[in-house]
Design a protein around this ligand. Structure first.
Ligand SMILES: Nc1ncnc2c1ncn2[C@@H]1O[C@H](COP(=O)(O)OP(=O)(O)OP(=O)(O)O)[C@@H](O)[C@H]1O
Ligand SMILES: [Mg+2]
Length: 387
């Protein structure tokens, strides 16, 4: 019945995050142990670097750990601590991190340059001993890469100061970011690393089944097939959940009692026969607009190799058409970098050196199909067909 599918769809939504994450118990304990240790030790602090491909539960795990530890400190079994969260992707420019952090710590609002100076003396002074430890989550750390790397450098250097009482939890998709970006700090960092491996098919099956609990909306074989298909390409749980939700919709249209193998097969065919469709759907709004811009340009010039600068300019134009504010150029570069990770673009060189050209791997028809239900972009995307 429809109601059953609606409830399954709800349970499979990304926003429905379970309070404890199956298959990440080990990582949960490890993060918690390091944090507890650092909080109990007080004094300086420490750094944890968490990496793993998209959709492996990094952000969700950190959130779950913090929730646990907040409960413990409320009960009095752990010293109180301050928690601040900053997402690199959402900052207009990397150095705005300083302003956000200073405001979180002291309530003061200042420009990034002044904030950096204040933070430097904040973490350097002995008065730190009197304040609670600060746990700082910097998610999407890859977006803070700048030419001089000053922001990353400071982030990982402050916790090493004697009275900083700062613990930095950096989360990123890139495995070797510390070595590549921070050779200076890396050596004396005592950086603790935790790597989130992509989920295998048994894990995906367990995650989906636990979300569906006792809904009986899916044939067990259907969940297994979905898990195997996704594990074979990426191990990204977001894709598995998306596939299941789409199969739910197909089963409902089919007036079937439950989601069967057939529905998963159909969903796989439509969503995965072309991995780029799934990549577009998993992109942020800005990334989607960048994709539309690139395909528009490709259509106009007939060339699949485009200059990043042209893509940027076109992206700004589309933003204006939509009455959005101009996107900051650091976010634009970051979006292009991300699209190279999902293989929508192929870089012509090293992505982190800000290449000036990319090859576009996606066709207008696929963008149109992927965005057909996107209320903001469907009409822009539909004009891209027939390239
Ligand atoms: N083990 C799990 N059990 C249940 N749900 C999970 C699990 N792992 C991840 N999820 C869900 O999958 C989604 C993606 O997880 P999360 O945001 O933590 O990924 P991520 O590793 O941070 O990805 P990205 O690198 O793209 O930020 C979330 O909605 C989360 O609730
Ligand atoms: Mg994340």
């Amino acid at each position: 019945d429809t109601c059953k599918f609606a409830r399954a769809d709800e349970a499979l939504q990304l926003s429905t995050t379970p309070s404890s994450l199956p298959c990440r118990e080990g990582e949960h304990e490890e993060i918690k142990e390091v944090l507890r240790d650092a909080i109990a030790r007080g004094k300086s602090g420490g750094c944890i670097y968490i990496s793993g491909v998209p959709g492996t539960g990094k952000t969700a795990s950190v959130h779950a750990v913090i929730k646990d530890m907040k409960a413990e400190s409320d009960k009095g079994s752990l010293e109180p601590f301050i928690y601040i969260e900053i997402n690199g992707q959402r900052l207009p420019k990397p150095n705005v991190l300083y302003s956000v952090l200073l405001q979180g710590l002291t309530g003061k609002k200042t420009d990034p340059v002044q904030a950096a100076i204040s933070l430097d003396s904040y973490f350097g002074s002995r008065s730190g001993l009197r304040r609670p430890v600060c746990v700082l989550l910097v998610d999407e750390l890859d977006y803070l890469i700048t030419r001089k790397q000053t922001v990353l450098y400071n982030l990982f250097e402050w916790p090493t100061r004697k009275h900083a009482r700062l613990i930095v939890l950096g989360v990123a998709n890139t495995m070797d970011l510390p070595e590549r970006m921070l050779p200076r700090v890396c050596s004396r960092l005592g950086l603790r690393r935790i790597t989130f491996a992509p989920y295998n098919h048994q894990q995906l099956q367990e995650i989906i089944s636990s979300r569906l609990a006792d809904l009986e909306a899916f044939d067990a074989k259907a969940v297994e097939l979905c898990s195997r298909k996704v594990a074979a390409v990426s191990g990204d749980v977001r894709k598995a959940l998306q596939l299941c939700r789409y199969a739910c919709e197909l089963a409902r249209q089919d007036k079937s009692d439950f989601v069967s193998l057939k529905h998963i097969e159909m969903a796989v065919k439509q969503l995965f026969s072309n991995p780029y469709v799934a990549a577009v759907q998993g992109s942020s709004l800005l990334e989607k607009i960048v994709i539309c811009s690139a395909v528009q340009l490709m259509k106009e010039t007939g060339d699949t190799n485009l200059s990043v600068e042209h893509i940027h300019d076109r992206t700004v134009e589309i933003h204006r058409q939509l009455n959005f504010e101009d996107p900051p150029s650091s976010q634009l570069s970051a979006a292009c970098a991300r699209l190279q990770e999902t293989r929508v673009f192929t870089p012509q060189g090293d992505w982190w050196r800000q290449t000036d050209k990319v090859a576009v791997n996606i066709q207008g028809d696929d963008v149109c199909f992927a965005l057909r239900q996107d209320s903001m972009l469907a009409s822009i995307a539909s004009a891209l067909v027939g390239f």
